[in-house]
Design a protein around this ligand. Sequence first.
Ligand code: PLP
Length: 219
Amino acid sequence: MSLQEISARITKAETASGRDVGAVKLIAVSKVQPNERVAEVLALGHRCFGENRVQEAVGKWPEFKLQYPDVDLHLIGPLQTNKARQALDLFSTIHSVDRPKLANTLARLAQEVGTCPDLFIQVNTGEEDQKAGILPTEADAFIADCRGLDLPIQGLMCIPPVEEEPSLHFALLAKIAERNGLKGLSMGMSSDFEQAIALGATHVRVGSAIFGERVKPEG
Ligand SMILES: *Cc1c(COP(=O)(O)O)cnc(C)c1O
């Protein structure tokens, strides 16, 4: 386990690309990790975590939050509309707004509740059939629609195809964000977060490099 090492590498990458130290938020991705490992990272003082399933997060985090009320939880995986209300209650930030139906549901719930998490729109930069996200050619219109719904869109998120050079995808995401006046860029994982920082990432999502390999396969 090497939270300190990852933090040091982030600082180095920030400096190397002329960014302010602390400009990049480290989301420690704790999905399918045993609670002992999560507890270790909490004990080191880290508070920002990412989960990719609402159900799993609901089963694990309320208890940790009793001990660490300042935990900052980010949803980085797909969100079904029937779990949107639960997600709104638990997460400070949702990185996976990926379709009009979800945007409409979040807008309605935000009206009801009076608050809304920070939102990132997921862009399917690799145009992969199996991956969620708005297609790059449809991103501008979807961003405009979300703004029309008064949703607090902070930025964009992508997960590059495994076999491709991630920098191309990070650069594309940054370009779409810039032309839409969005500052947030959620990009970069264990294997490529330094490249993502060089291309402007504001949020990196790092799991296995902090916690070790995930113990069970993702279902
Ligand atoms: C699991 C996951 C990560 C973290 O992946 P690592 O390779 O373990 O760092 C980042 N982003 C998303 C969306 C994920 O599902």
